[in-house]
Write a protein that binds this ligand. Structure first.
Ligand code: HEM
Length: 242
């Protein structure tokens, strides 16, 4: 077996493991954000206690979730998350470049065996990755720069009321549209990412591969729905309620 095969699997494994880690982050992040939707139903959207203490009794669920994001555990996790994202981006670029080279280059036999669909998906993953990363910076400027950045590094002004950040961001229809485009790109990226991850770790027997593919689409949809409902709810709260 040529070494290149092993290297390629190694690269994809790193991509799969870092991707799985990012998925866990998205599940946690999406769940905490979804607390703001539950707050709306409970009538606690916007509830922030005056005492400015963490986990105050008067805080709404979403505020409590954001307080959890201020704990030492998260302070330790943030650099690990950034590292995971960086590894995922670097290996994503390497895999995409190798794939493109393999399809037109000397490795025609290998390229044929994975078929045109795979090279299309690989190209797509790269473009989707760029869209996701680009809008991520935009997103960090809206939220992270007003919460964790002042808290962790003392840079900028800290906003203690995260509900205000929600309504300020999603209150504008065009901002909502940009975010919805972002969520759509994340959904496509995750759907293919799961498929690719299962193949990489060898879970590709005929019956289970199809089932795992469906499970991947369900998890991707669940994650994206958490974000979509948060954003749409904040748009409604900002424009039609209060
Ligand atoms: C409705 C959608 C979203 C809302 C309301 C939202 C809200 C927030 C908030 C409030 C923070 C600051 C957390 C804190 O300091 O307490 C944050 C940070 C962050 N968000 Fe989002 N987010 C959304 C979607 C996303 C998505 C889809 C991604 C990834 C693709 C993402 C990635 C991040 C990252 C990497 C951070 C910085 C690390 C961290 O604070 O954990 N967010 N977001």
């Amino acid at each position: 077996m040529p070494n290149a095969f092993h290297y390629s699997i190694g690269r994809k494994l790193i991509q799969a493991v870092s991707g799985a880690f990012l998925v866990l982050f998205l599940l946690l992040h999406g769940t905490i954000n979804f607390f703001s939707v539950i707050d709306s139903f409970k009538g606690t959207f916007g509830s922030v206690a005056d005492d400015e203490k963490l986990f105050s009794a008067g805080d709404g669920l979403f505020k409590l979730g954001c307080d959890f994001m201020s704990t030492t555990f998260i302070d330790i996790m943030v650099p690990i998350l950034a590292l995971g994202l960086l590894i995922h981006i670097i290996y994503g670029i390497i895999i995409s470049v190798k794939n493109i080279k393999a399809c037109g280059g000397l490795k025609r036999y290998e390229a044929q065996s994975v078929a045109a669909a795979d090279s299309w998906a690989a190209k797509n993953m790269f473009v989707l990755g760029i869209v996701i990363l680009g809008i991520l910076f935009f997103h960090l400027a809206h939220f992270w720069a007003k919460m964790q950045l002042p808290e962790m590094f003392g840079v900028g002004n800290f906003e203690n009321n995260p509900y205000l950040l929600l309504t300020a961001t999603f209150g504008k229809w065009w901002m909502l549209v940009i975010y919805l485009i972002w969520f759509a790109a994340i959904w496509l990226h995750l759907c293919h990412g799961f498929w690719s991850m299962f193949q990489t770790v060898g879970w590709n027997n005929q019956i289970w591969f199809k089932r795992l593919k469906v499970i991947g689409v369900i998890v991707a949809t669940l994650i994206v729905l958490l974000f979509v409902s948060t954003a749409v709810n904040a748009f409604i709260q900002a424009n039609f309620i209060a």
